[in-house]
Design a protein around this ligand. Structure first.
Ligand code: GDP
Length: 296
C-alpha cells in the first residue's frame, strides 16, 4: 500500500555521495518523508511536529557509520526515538496496594471496554493467581451488565450479582464492600460508555473514581480511531486522570498512529493491546512492533 520509510529515505538519501556527518539539509529532506509517513499513519499533527523536532536534533551531525547507508541510519534514529516515546516506561499494571485493588475501566461505547475488562481479569486470575471480581457500572445499556456476567462465566471470573435499579455509585460501593468481604485481590469496575465523549459520561466516571479510589484508571481506546483518539485521551485524562491506555483492535489494519498520538498528548503509558475478539487476545504493549507499523 505504502512504500516503507526505508525505501523512501533510501531513494533520497542514498544518492548522497559524501559520507560522514548528516547535514541539516539532508536531515530536512529526510524529515519531510518521515512527516508524510506519520500523517499517513494518522498521527496527530502536533505530535508529528514535536516528534520531528526531536529527531532532527539527534540526526543533524550524526556520523554515518560505514556499515549502513544514510537512509538506514535515519530510519534507525527515527525508529529508536519512537520506541523511546512509546515505551520508555514499563507496561505492568500497578497492583501495589492493600487488597482489594480497584481498577477502573473507562472509554467510549464500542471501544472494547467490556471485553478488555474480562480479558484483563482473566489474565490476572490465570497468570498472576489473583482473585478477581468484575462489576459492570453500565446502568444505561440494558444488556451491558448481562454481557459482563456472560464474560464472567466464560472466563471463570466472578461478577458482582446484578441488582436492578442501582446507580453506578451504589454498584461501585457494593463491589468494593463485597470484594473486601469475599477476600478478593482485585476489583475491575467497568464504567458506562457512550458513543461520544460528553460531560455526563466524564462526570459519572469521576464520581465513581472518587468512591473507588482506583490504583489504575485505564482508558480503553480503539487503535483504528486515528486522530479522534487524541481528543478522547485528552478529555478523559483532564477530567478523570488516567494512569494508562489499553489499545484495542491492534489486529485490525490500522497503522497504529493513535498510539503515538495518545502517548504524545497525555504522556501516559500504553499498557496493553487487544489483539482479537477472543478472551485471550490481550498482549503486553510492544513499542517495537507499533513503531514498525507506524513507520511502515
Ligand atoms: P464496549 O462497548 O466498549 O464495552 O465494547 P465491547 O467490549 O462490547 O466490544 C465491542 C466489540 O469489539 C465486540 O464485538 C468485541 O468482541 C470487539 N473487540 C474488543 N476488543 C477487540 C480487539 O482487540 N480486537 C478485535 N478485533 N475486536 C475486539
Amino acid at each position: 500500500m505504502f512504500d516503507t520509510l526505508q525505501e523512501r529515505l533510501s531513494g533520497i538519501l542514498d544518492k548522497l555521495t559524501g559520507r560522514g556527518a548528516l547535514s541539516e539539509a539532508d536531515v530536512d529532506t529526510a524529515m519531510r518523508e518521515v512527516r508524510r509517513a506519520l500523517l499517513e499513519a494518522d498521527v496527530a499533527l502536533d505530535v508529528v511536529r514535536g516528534f520531528i523536532d526531536k529527531v532532527k536534533e539527534r540526526a543533524v551531525g550524526a556520523e554515518v557509520v560505514k556499515s549502513v547507508t544514510p537512509g538506514q541510519m535515519v530510519v534507525k534514529i527515527v525508529h529508536d526515538a519512537m520506541v523511546e516515546i512509546l515505551g520508555s516506561e514499563g507496561s505492568a499494571l500497578n497492583l501495589r496496594a492493600s487488597p482489594p485493588v480497584p481498577i477502573l475501566m473507562v472509554g467510549l461505547q464500542g471501544s472494547g471496554k467490556t471485553t478488555t475488562t474480562a480479558k484483563i481479569a482473566k489474565r490476572l486470575q490465570e497468570r498472576e493467581k489473583r482473585k478477581v471480581l468484575m462489576a459492570s457500572l453500565d446502568t444505561r445499556r440494558p444488556a451491558a451488565q448481562e454481557q459482563l456476567a456472560i464474560l464472567g462465566t466464560q472466563t471463570g471470573v466472578e461478577t458482582l450479582p446484578i441488582i436492578k435499579g442501582q446507580t453506578p455509585i451504589e454498584i461501585a460501593k457494593r463491589a468494593m464492600s463485597e470484594a473486601r468481604r469475599g477476600g478478593f485481590d482485585v476489583v475491575m469496575l467497568d464504567t458506562a460508555g457512550r458513543l461520544h465523549i460528553d460531560e455526563e459520561l466524564l462526570a459519572e466516571a469521576a464520581a465513581v473514581r472518587d468512591i473507588a479510589k482506583p490504583n489504575e484508571t485505564l482508558l480503553v481506546a480503539d487503535a483504528l480511531t486515528g486522530q479522534d483518539a487524541v481528543n478522547l485521551a485528552k478529555s478523559f485524562d483532564e477530567k478523570i486522570g488516567i494512569t494508562g491506555i489499553v489499545l484495542t483492535r491492534i489486529d485490525g489494519d490500522g497503522r497504529g498512529g493513535a498510539a503515538l498520538s495518545m502517548r504524545g498528548v497525555t504522556g501516559k503509558p500504553i499498557k496493553l493491546m487487544g489483539t482479537g475478539e477472543k478472551l485471550d487476545g490481550l498482549e503486553d504493549f510492544h513499542p517495537q512492533r507499533i513503531a514498525g507499523r507506524i513507520l511502515g
